[in-house]
Design a binder for this molecule. Structure first.
Ligand code: PMP
Length: 315
């Protein structure tokens, strides 16, 4: 069956047909996974006939941070990358929720010492909602651990870091789980392979701190603010023990791709009553309302793609 893909990708400053967005097999990006990337989402608001990219500025800043830590020899033009995201969505005329990938990849034919040239590229594609959003999923703690910061900085969204997540995903799948939870080097709960984790105990939301080997997730930050400011919930950022997950009333994953996804069991033990938690449900509804622009809250988190404001940004 023919695989359908979008018509255009954005590659080093311009839109190109999808098939032409290529880097060489000899590049350090291919050999070592020497690249950094961002996953973003665009939310379609049908009433407003508008697509909103969620927290675009924060994603661009994290990409720039990754480029710095990876010592790539380039200063990213964040204005250009912002336009790239907008252009790639517009060119493909998406009118449905999209997942966007923005990458800085170490190209050329160098080896470990190489710091350039850096290829910037951006793709977007539709991504239908998963069943897990409403039903929740069964998560399992895997035997693979998050590397400690002294081994590999996991707060950098580097391509190579995702080998760790990939090992976790496959172990979880082999054991029949819907998602993996990784512990960190001291055996505390870290996060999932591509998402952060929260639990709710006694009405307090608890999530591992940003020094626990996690990615400094933009959604995690949004969730903390929505919980605190809009839902009046106390949020603690601290070490989380594995067995605390068994004691939790509710638990959920969060991230750009995972949005707010309920966890209904951990290691086959039910979380709370084994149903999607009520706070999780309220938070999820609020998150979607804000991301889609159905709520007026946090308009600074939404970049319109098709409207006048985005036309200004694209000038
Ligand atoms: N942790 C990891 C390991 C991730 O890859 C992601 C996805 N970027 C997240 C957490 C969630 O981060 P964000 O909310 O910024 O997408």
């Amino acid at each position: 069956m023919a695989h359908t893909h979008p018509r255009f990708a954005w590659f080093n400053g311009r839109l190109v047909p999808w098939e032409e967005a290529r880097i060489h097999i000899y590049s350090p990006a291919v050999k070592y996974g020497a690249g950094v990337f961002e996953g973003l989402r665009g939310y379609w608001n049908d009433g407003q006939r508008e697509m909103f990219v969620f927290r675009l500025r924060e994603h661009l800043e994290r990409l720039a941070f990754g480029i710095k830590v990876m010592r790539f020899d380039v200063t990213p033009d964040l204005g250009q990358l912002e336009r790239a995201v907008i252009e790639v969505v517009r060119a493909n005329e998406f009118r449905d929720g999209v997942h966007i990938r923005l990458s800085a990849l170490l190209d050329g034919d160098g080896e470990m010492y190489s710091v350039g040239p850096v290829t910037f590229c951006c793709t977007a594609n539709t991504r239908p909602p998963t069943k897990a959003l409403t039903e929740g999923l069964a998560a399992g703690v895997v035997s693979w651990r998050r590397p400690e910061d002294a081994a590999l900085p996991m707060r950098v969204k580097a391509n190579a870091n995702y080998q760790n997540g990939r090992m976790a995903v496959h172990e979880a799948k082999a054991n029949g789980y819907g998602a993996a939870i990784l512990l960190n080097n001291i055996g505390k709960v870290a996060e999932g392979p591509g998402m952060c984790l929260f639990m709710v105990r006694g009405g307090v939301a608890v999530t591992p701190s940003i020094t626990s080997g996690i990615l400094e997730s933009i959604t995690r930050d949004a969730v903390i603010r929505l919980l605190r400011d809009e839902l009046g919930v106390t949020v603690e950022e601290r070490d989380v023990d594995r067995s605390e997950l068994y004691a939790a009333d509710e638990a959920f994953f969060c991230g750009t791709a995972w949005e707010v996804t309920p966890i209904t069991s951990v290691d086959r033990l039910p979380v709370g009553d084994g149903k999607v938690g009520s706070l999780t449900k309220r938070l999820q509804a609020l998150y979607f309302a804000v991301a889609k622009g159905e709520s007026a809250l946090h308009s600074e988190w939404r970049t319109p793609v098709y409207g006048a404001a985005s036309a200004r940004a694209a000038e």
